[in-house]
Design a binder for this molecule. Structure first.
Ligand SMILES: O=C(O)CCC(=O)C(=O)O
Length: 286
């Protein structure tokens, strides 16, 4: 079994207490530059983007390109895996994925990829939410429990000061009831912490954490990548059937994380996992 990294005691304590941890320098400067350039290209290409007014809130439709072709303009693109091998390899980049496994255990799937560029603008006030929608919002696990779903958010640009598109969290809120009428909750509400960071940093956080973007008045776009993981029994809640030509390009471990169990789906497939699940996830078969 490969020797996988684990959380330090301080990271474990912060995960349990605050519901998130910060991994500084998770991506190298070269990786940051590469992914940042890639996003500039992705926005010119077809893909899934929100269609407010046409589709329900939070649903994504197929578009020919992003509405704004400026590299610092708004973009919210789902399903990055087809665009480049590097997006597929980020699924289980050891420096981060090892910690995901330490937090979640080995019975997991990759459930979503997304790139968001928060443009600098006066018209976006930011917002606060939990992930996983109406259902997961009402489920909170305890400090010592494995989470049901978590997200890795990679900064591709520096975030300095406040109201610079900061990822904003309410530390410890993953253990509290989310206010059903959240109209008063926003990135400036007491308890909100606007995180600063450097390009290359990664935030790992629980879907149950109250979080969201601060407004961005910094004068430059804030670029991020978001990679989600869920327990297998939840199945890949936001990733449809991954096309065979994409899956075929992946390593055995990436394939497993994309829901390729090594056999055709049958009832029960995600109830008790494949016998080699630990071997595949811990890396001996990767
Ligand atoms: O900071 C952002 O742009 C959005 C991040 C977020 O809230 C999320 O991924 O759920």
């Amino acid at each position: 079994m490969r020797n996988m990294r684990t959380l330090t005691d301080a990271q474990r304590l912060q995960w349990e207490t605050d519901g998130y941890i910060v991994l500084e320098g998770a991506l190298s400067p070269d990786e940051v530059a590469f992914f940042s350039d890639e996003l500039d290209e992705v926005r010119k290409q077809p893909g899934y983007e929100p269609r407010p007014g046409e589709l329900p809130r939070g649903h994504y439709g197929w578009v020919d390109h992003a509405d704004d072709l400026d590299a610092d303009g708004f973009m919210d693109r789902r399903d990055l895996l087809p665009y480049h091998k590097a997006f597929r390899d980020l699924i289980d980049k050891p420096e981060i994925f090892d910690l995901v496994v330490d937090i979640m255990g080995p019975y997991i799937l990759f459930s979503m990829s997304q790139a968001i560029v928060r443009a600098s603008t006066d018209i976006f006030p930011g917002y606060t939410h939990t992930d996983g929608g109406e259902g997961l919002r009402r489920i909170r696990v305890s400090e010592t429990s494995r989470p049901i779903a978590i997200k890795a958010m990679y900064l591709l640009s520096d975030v300095e000061g406040r109201d610079a598109g900061n990822f904003t969290v309410f530390p410890g809120s993953h253990l509290r009831r989310f206010p059903e009428d959240n109209s008063e909750l926003n990135p400036h509400t007491p308890g909100a912490v606007q995180l600063e960071g450097k390009a290359g940093d990664c935030y790992l956080f629980s879907h149950s954490l109250w979080h969201g973007p601060a407004p961005n008045h910094s004068g430059q776009g804030r670029k991020t990548l978001l990679y989600n993981y869920c327990q297998m029994f939840v199945r890949a809640y936001d990733l449809g059937q991954v096309p065979h030509d994409i899956v075929e390009k992946c390593t055995p471990r990436q394939r497993r994380l994309l829901g390729d169990l090594g056999y055709e789906f049958r009832p029960g497939s995600y109830f008790y996992v494949p016998e080699d699940q630990k071997e595949v996830i811990y890396g001996t078969a990767a």
